[in-house]
Design a protein around this ligand. Structure first.
Ligand code: NAP
Ligand code: MG
Length: 472
């Protein structure tokens, strides 16, 4: 069984001050698969001090060397892709093929883009008679969730290092092993000492201490809206920058001009994206918004799509027992509030082994129901019906979230017009576009700030106006 009992500070693997050991559970079996010794608040001070030294006293890490290190990191991760994939399968349950293609493939694509963007980025820009200089914001605390352990960490670590910011990484307490592999790959890629610290442990202790810490200049967080709020409060005392990638209740809107074939394709794509990663995806399209007159078709097609997701085969378990209980709770409430069950078992019994739960499709969901507004983070898709474009837009916007959306329509201009009216950080029109140069992030309570590409890099930069002497 794997044991990790060191933390990473100043380029060294050191013994933590924290003494607690946490057993990690493989959600496929419910059995302990590894133990990790956790960092504590004293370790936060040590890690931040390490990062602070680098930020304040160099040595400088030039842009060209950062580009080279990010490219080398890409190569080191690629070489170990199977190890990363197997580790994530054990930590959070992704089936092997998904782990390899998405859990490893997606962050590699993002990292390659980050290196390209950095290579072509102009840090200085003339404006009138002034120079606008973009400079690293300083020490970054990256706090990440368990649903895409490598992707969420690398979206932050890659962009922060690209910007010239040393990082303290606090992964989800249930998925630290992937973060260990990431740090090992970064060391092998030539990321210099002090630029990447790793603190495994509890968010309530480490996350909060990082957010409050006077020597942390920025917190970049991905996770729940509730914790995002708490981080903003913790960060308020020192007015640090906070970037938040929070949850969603993202709609896929099908307009009434689709022919049968395009309608069927749109339902399959949408439900597939809703169930991806067992629904544990912040951007997942968990609401299918269809014309009232096509409700029956939508039910049949969505059920057929859901049936193809088989627990233990191509559908992984929920990542933890806590998550299983949460999802079961959401389902019970949905039924209580009058949602129709059109596919699956909304009152599942806890499996004997592991945390599997089959997909559920609910119909006749309204914005008044909790299931129409709240993020479930499980394999649950809710069907809603609209009476035309205005009503579809109203429904699409009828949650506190605004992370992602889809619009499908035969007339691309009309679909684009609907896309413009949806208040969300991403709207895909007629299919899912994986452009990693495009910014990703939330409107409303889905967050603050953007990740990926140029926008993701600029998250970690301060803006300085350097003014020449006044004329005359
Ligand atoms: P979470 O609590 O928001 O966890 C995300 C990260 O924040 C973890 O590293 C966590 O550490 C840390 N954290 C927890 N409490 C903190 C605090 N007070 N201050 C600073 N950091 C803190 O997410 P979760 O509990 O694992 O999942 C709960 C719900 O969040 C899910 O059901 C889902 O709706 C949503 N979620 C969204 C995303 C997303 O990508 N948007 C990802 C995951 C979860 P610990 O691991 O120690 O708790
Ligand atoms: Mg938590």
């Amino acid at each position: 069984m794997e044991t990790r009992d060191r933390i990473h500070i100043d380029g060294e693997w050191v013994e933590p001050h924290g003494e607690e050991r946490l057993e990690l559970v493989d959600p496929r079996t419910g059995e302990v698969h590894a133990t990790v010794r956790l960092a504590d608040a004293t370790d936060v001070d040590r890690a931040v001090a390490g990062a602070r030294r680098v930020a304040d006293h160099g040595p400088a890490w030039p842009v060209a060397a950062r580009v080279a290190a990010l490219r080398a990191l890409h190569d080191r991760i690629s070489e170990r892709a199977d190890l990363f994939a197997d580790t994530m399968s054990a930590e959070m349950g992704s089936p092997a093929a998904f782990a390899r293609q998405v859990q490893v493939g997606m962050p590699l694509a993002t990292l390659a883009t980050t290196a390209d963007v950095l290579e072509g980025y102009a840090f200085d820009e003339p404006l009138g008679d002034s120079t606008i200089a973009r400079e690293p914001i300083g020490v970054v605390a990256a706090i990440t969730p368990w649903n895409f352990p490598l992707h969420q960490a690398l979206a932050k670590v890659g962009a922060a290092l690209a910007a010239g910011c040393p990082v303290v990484l606090k992964p989800a307490e249930t998925t630290p092993l992937t973060a260990y592999l990431l740090v090992e790959a970064a060391r092998d890629a030539g990321v210099p000492a002090g630029w990447l610290q790793l603190l495994p442990g509890r968010g309530s202790v480490l996350g909060s201490a990082l957010a409050q810490h006077p020597d942390v200049d920025m917190v970049s967080f991905t996770g729940s809206t509730a914790v995002g709020r708490s981080i903003q409060r913790d960060a308020a005392g020192t007015i640090k920058r906070v970037a938040l990638e929070l949850g969603g209740k993202s709609p896929s809107v099908l307009l009434d001009d689709l022919d049968d074939e395009a309608f069927a394709r749109a339902v399959r794509t949408s439900v597939g994206f809703g169930l991806m990663n067992t629904g544990q995806t912040c951007a997942a399209w968990t609401r299918l918004v269809v014309p009232e007159e096509r409700y029956d078709d939508a039910v049949a097609l969505a059920s057929e799509t859901a049936r193809a997701f088989v627990p233990g085969e191509n559908l992984g378990p929920l990542a933890s027992e806590v998550q299983w209980d949460r999802v079961a709770g959401h389902l019970a409430r949905a039924v209580e509030e009058g949602a129709e069950v059109v596919h699956g078992d909304p009152a599942p019994a806890r499996p004997e082994r592991g945390f599997h739960l089959g997909p559920v499709v609910l119909g006749r969901v309204t914005p008044e129901m909790a299931i129409g507004r709240e993020e479930v983070f499980g394999p649950v898709v809710a069907i809603q019906t609209h009476g035309g474009d205005d009503d579809a837009v109203r429904l699409a916007n009828a949650t506190d979230y605004g992370l992602s959306a889809g619009v499908f329509g035969a007339d691309p201009d009309r679909a684009f017009a609907v896309a413009r009216r949806i208040r969300s950080g991403t709207v895909h029109v007629n299919g899912i576009n994986g452009n990693k140069l495009a910014p990703f992030g939330g409107y409303k309570q889905s967050g603050l700030g953007r990740e990926y590409g140029r926008f993701g890099l600029e998250e970690f930069l301060e803006i300085k106006s350097i003014q020449p002497p006044p004329r005359g």
